[in-house]
Design a protein around this ligand. Structure first.
Ligand code: FES
Length: 271
């Protein structure tokens, strides 16, 4: 193991680095972005933890909260299990069965990594701002080596996005007391917008881009993959935006359905 002296000589204290007595020479408000990220992420973590463990108020016909979809345990309220209840004996909230996939996907996302490394670990807090840590091992050992699972989480995230898209189709169904056929309420619109953001985020993933167009020698011989790679690249250019939009929209969608399920107000119906 490296001695304390050896460790303190690493990073910005390394022998090849300029000796600068202050944490940064930046004079702009560089702390705004990590501070904002910290506040929003912390709020999301508190909110989603509360909702995921509550195990209640996640279904208001025909709307199912994205935190609970697919609902796979026999604890699920009637009408919310469109893919059966294969986890009959699951004693905890049904959300805990599936949230591991979107959570793993976001935790290992290249953009989120940058955001939470800066906001929570100050590693470093911003460009050209010295970090407080004296040692850097990168993502080469446990636990951060697990960030390499991102591609596998992407496959799971595609399945989750397909399930959420199916939920949007069901959201065009009748609410309690309505006749069969196609209907639409404010909840339908909210779920639709949410799933669009989720697809934008999922398909703009760096791993998706590589899956579409990586390891090819000649794009000219793979026109379909080239096209898909081009689309993924376009979305990828705005990946941070879709990460934020989809994070906020998934929480708002859940909250809207929570309000309906608790009877706080009725869903405005358009037809
Ligand atoms: Fe962000 Fe894959 S890099 S979702």
């Amino acid at each position: 193991m490296a001695s304390t002296d050896a460790r303190s000589a690493a990073g910005v204290n390394g022998p090849t680095r300029a000796r600068i007595g202050v944490k940064t020479l930046r004079e702009d408000r560089w702390w705004l972005a990590p501070a904002g990220t910290f506040v929003v992420f912390a709020a999301f973590i508190v909110y989603s933890t509360w909702r995921a463990f509550s195990g209640a108020n996640y279904f208001s016909e025909p709307y199912l909260s994205p935190f609970y979809s697919p609902c796979l345990s026999n604890e699920c309220v009637p009408g919310s299990s469109d893919f059966g209840q294969p986890f009959g004996g699951w004693p905890l909230s049904p959300a805990l069965l599936i949230l591991v996939f979107p959570l793993g996907f976001r935790l290992t996302c290249y953009y989120y990594r940058k955001a939470y490394y800066r906001a929570f670990w100050l590693s470093p807090p911003a460009c050209a701002v010295a970090e407080p840590h004296t040692k850097y091992t990168g993502e080469t050992r446990f636990p951060l080596i697990a960030q390499n699972l991102h591609r596998w989480f992407w496959y799971a995230a595609v399945v989750v996005a397909l399930v959420l898209s199916y939920d949007v189709l069901l959201a065009f169904g009748p609410a309690e007391g309505e006749s069969d056929g196609i209907h639409m309420g404010l909840g339908t619109l909210i779920m639709l917008v949410n799933v669009v953001f989720i697809w934008m985020y999922t398909l703009g993933c760096h791993s998706c881009r590589h899956i579409m167009g990586g390891r090819l020698r000649h794009f000219s011989q793979h026109p379909v993959r080239y096209k898909l790679w081009g689309w993924a690249s376009k979305l990828n250019g705005q990946h941070a935006r879709w990460a934020w939009f989809s994070l906020v929209s998934v929480a708002l969608t859940d909250f809207y359905i929570y309000l309906l399920a608790t009877g706080a107000f009725d869903d405005p119906r358009f037809f």
